[in-house]
Design a binder for this molecule. Sequence first.
Ligand code: GLN
Length: 245
Amino acid sequence: MKIRVGHLYPDYLNIYADRGNIAVFAARASARGHELDVRAIGMGDAVPAGEIDLFYVGGGQDREQELVAHDLAAKSGPLRAAVEDGAAFLAVCGGYQLLGAYYRDVAGTELPGIGLLPLHTVAGERRMIGDVLLECDWAGETLAGFENHAGRTILDDGAEPLGRVVSGFGNDGASGFEGCRYQRAYGTYLHGPLLPRNPWFADRLLEEALAHAGVEERFDPLPDELEREAHDVSAARARSRGGRY
Ligand code: GLN
């Protein structure tokens, strides 16, 4: 099966090797006999309605977010409709912030979001940097990664976080939660890139993308020794020093 991926602003929003997440999707899809068809969706590009199973957007400094925010906001209608129609979506850090109502950056400029995720973000003085470990009770799994953000993300009442912070700052360094999930859309501050050390999450997104394409499939696990080791190293680092300025 061809899994159609829409990579938003690959040339603007890509820090901490976030584009590495696409390589993980490709490798794990092909290990199950599927193929990734990746399309870049950039400035002025239309969002092909109904033709994307999985959207992806990486992180970026305030400067890059300022460059893309208004173009992305102009795409909010088709992106929200796609998620309501069952498309999967992974958004990392700066991309995650722009999926909310707005991001007020370090300079105090309010960048419009697409209002897909029930949250807003305001930059604070001190950056929240370090290793992070999350408990994802909804999946019975953990996520390990690296965060570096000035933004403090506030979830609306009733919003579903991606995980509970075991170690690290997370959304705002106070709520004890990280990320947000809505339908098959997931936002997180976790870089690394995220997916090489959290293969279960990559598989989950791929299964949901396939479901959008009309294929209900539960993947058999892959060996993943190296991935598990990378997860454990990242988790141990988070436990030993995550969440400290
Ligand atoms: N510029 C945003 C912030 O500082 C996002 C940073 C990022 O993507 N790592 O919060």
